[in-house]
Design a protein around this ligand. Structure first.
Ligand SMILES: [Zn+2]
Ligand SMILES: [Zn+2]
Ligand SMILES: [Zn+2]
Ligand SMILES: [Zn+2]
Length: 595
């Protein structure tokens, strides 16, 4: 089959369906997409609230709890013991398919009635870690999301096997880290990104196997370096005493200085490790995985994102979690699942599920919500196998002849994920906003939900500008204060306007000699995610101009064999947008400079 160029229903941009894409769609017997890959990604992301948590009660036992579903969603929300218990059954909510009403409308009504779980996590394995979401095996963690196997961590996301770390993103097997992004096996690391196997480092980027380095970039197995220059141990220690910022003002100055330094060195066009034939960013241990983002252990996948290690095969347009094969247009799916299409939160050995949500175990489920170990169900009603198949065909037929139409005029025939406007989350609560932010007015025009910022009823007892400069001057009473966020809600970071310092956090700041932050956790998070490249690919050319970088800031250390003193002609797709300050090199040029 030849490739085909289509126009995206949603953004009107052109996109191409390639021969191997057709093979996949034929294999699972679905029509070709009508939204472009990016619009499909945004559509799934808009159903994923990783970060925002709200206090509320369990609608069954009445216990106070926190939830990703705020009260104004109107959903029935159960606490974990209630949701996982067998005291209720999704089948009690079963309804007949009404051919006179749109199928997606009937399904959305079902979601409004059937109990959902308050937050996405395994009930087991959580010790003193209530303010968390999309997690397992946590101990003494606070405001941690999409993370597993951590202890004494807070204000962090995408962290695994990590202890005693705060304000970090995408860190694995780390300890005593603060404000680190995309770091692995690091110990005692501050304000560092893309580092691996390092200890006692600060303000460093893309260093591997280093220790006692400050403000360094692209170093390999080095010690006692400051701003990429070597020093003796004694000199280093003296320098550090002078440079290590004790106050926020000093830190901001250092950060500014270091960022300029970082940008004088080339970065590889993508973050990756141990792959064959991949494209996208943050791709690990994968094979034939293209146009994907933050994935591990994937094979023959395309347009996938946020896939944890565990093994994924033959999947397209899949976001979050792992374990299984033949997923298409799915979100939060895994644990040995197979053939799951157009669905959200489907787990545990499930097979053949379409247009369903909150399905645990079972097989042959269509248009259902909140079922455990059921089969041949449609709209939460069970049918004999033959009737199930006939009714499924009938619904697909209706979806194709009388499709759901969203407020912008996009039509949703069989083969599309759920429309954004049906998401129970405000667009600004979701991963979609994180990667593809839009203003509230724009969201309104498009018909998306928007979550109003939480009532600002905080009684600020301490202005952040009145906080002591250093941690030594802070006393224990700080944990009783409501501190104003420096942004005071004037930013686009979902600022909560005020925040508290929890006792374990104060201990951490003291142990690490860190000043108390002036920004609320939401604003800190928004700043941090700027250090993770976005889920968007740009076509670019290698910036190696032969003997130096295009912008003249970096002088190559050796002659690049493949092009001598000519400009490198390599092109690639990268998440470093054009106009970014980093120097971006292709794999070959990068490898000649950074060994
Ligand atoms: Zn589009
Ligand atoms: Zn704030
Ligand atoms: Zn190059
Ligand atoms: Zn080159």
């Amino acid at each position: 089959m030849k490739s085909e160029t289509k126009t995206c229903q949603n953004c009107k941009n052109k996109f191409t369906i390639e021969p191997e894409d057709f093979d996949f769609y034929n294999k699972i017997n679905v029509p070709t997409p009508t939204f472009c890959p990016e619009c499909r990604l945004i559509r799934r992301f808009a159903w994923r609230n990783q970060y925002f948590l709200y206090p509320r009660e369990c609608d069954r036992c009445g216990k106070a709890m926190i939830s990703v579903f705020s009260k104004d969603t109107g959903l029935t929300v159960y606490c974990p013991p209630c949701w996982w218990s067998d005291k209720w059954d999704g089948m009690e909510y079963g309804v007949d398919f009404d051919p006179k009403k749109l199928f997606l409308v009937q399904l959305r009504k079902l979601l409004q009635r059937v109990p959902v779980m308050n937050r996405f996590c395994l009930y087991a394995g959580l010790v003193n870690s209530e303010y968390t979401n999309m997690v397992s095996y946590l101990k003494n963690c606070y405001l941690v999301s999409h993370s597993d196997h951590n202890e004494n961590c807070a204000y962090s996301a995408f962290i695994t096997h990590t202890n005693d770390s705060y304000d970090s993103l995408m860190v694995d097997k780390c300890e005593l880290c603060y404000e680190c992004v995309n770091c692995r096996r690091c110990f005692n690391a501050f304000f560092s990104i893309d580092c691996q196997d390092c200890h006692d480092i600060g303000f460093s980027r893309n260093c591997i196997g280093c220790s006692h380095c400050f403000g360094c970039t692209n170093l390999r197995n080095k010690q006692y370096h400051v701003f990429n220059k070597p020093y003796s141990k004694e000199e280093y220690e003296e320098k550090i005493r002078e440079l290590q910022p004790k106050t926020l003002t000093a830190r901001r100055k250092i950060q500014e200085h270091v960022e300029k330094l970082w940008n004088k060195f080339p970065q590889k066009y993508m973050h990756e490790r141990k792959n064959t034939n991949v494209s996208g960013d943050y791709i690990y241990n994968s094979k034939n995985a293209r146009d994907s983002y933050i994935i591990a252990d994937c094979e023959n996948c395309r347009f996938c994102s946020i896939v944890s290690p565990g093994g994924l095969k033959d999947c397209y347009d899949f976001t979050h979690y792992t374990g299984g094969e033949l997923f298409y247009e799915g979100l939060q799916i895994g644990d040995q699942a197979s053939r799951i299409f157009f669905s959200w939160f489907v787990l545990s050995g499930v097979r053949e599920v379409e247009y369903s949500m909150f399905i645990i175990g079972g097989s042959n489920i269509f248009g259902s919500v909140g079922l455990k170990k059921r089969e041949y169900c449609i709209l939460n009603k069970q049918y004999p196998k033959e009737e199930f198949e006939i009714l499924r065909e009938q619904i697909i037929d209706q979806m194709n002849t009388k499709p759901y139409k969203d407020k912008q005029g996009n039509v949703y025939r069989y083969g599309e994920f759920f429309p954004i406007e049906l998401s129970p989350f405000g667009y600004n609560e979701t991963t979609a906003y994180e990667h593809f932010p839009i203003a509230q007015e724009e969201a309104k025009v498009r018909g998306y939900n928007w979550k109003p910022l939480r009532e600002r009823d905080y009684k600020v007892t301490k202005k952040s500008s009145d906080l002591p400069e250093t941690i030594e001057e802070v006393n224990d009473s700080i944990t009783g204060e409501v501190i104003s966020c420096e942004h005071e809600g004037r930013c686009d970071d979902q600022c909560s306007t005020a925040f508290k310092v929890i006792p374990q956090e104060l201990q951490f700041y003291r142990r690490m000699s860190l000043p108390v932050p002036h920004l609320c956790p939401n604003c800190r998070y928004a700043k941090r995610i700027m250090w993770r490249n976005p889920a968007k690919l740009y076509k670019r050319k290698c910036q190696c101009a032969g003997t130096r970088s295009e912008n003249n800031l970096y002088q190559n250390t050796i002659v690049h064999q493949h092009h001598g003193s000519n400009h490198c002609s390599n092109e690639f797709e990268t998440t470093y947008a054009l106009g970014r300050k980093e120097i971006v090199y292709c794999e070959k040029c990068y490898q000649q400079e950074v060994v």
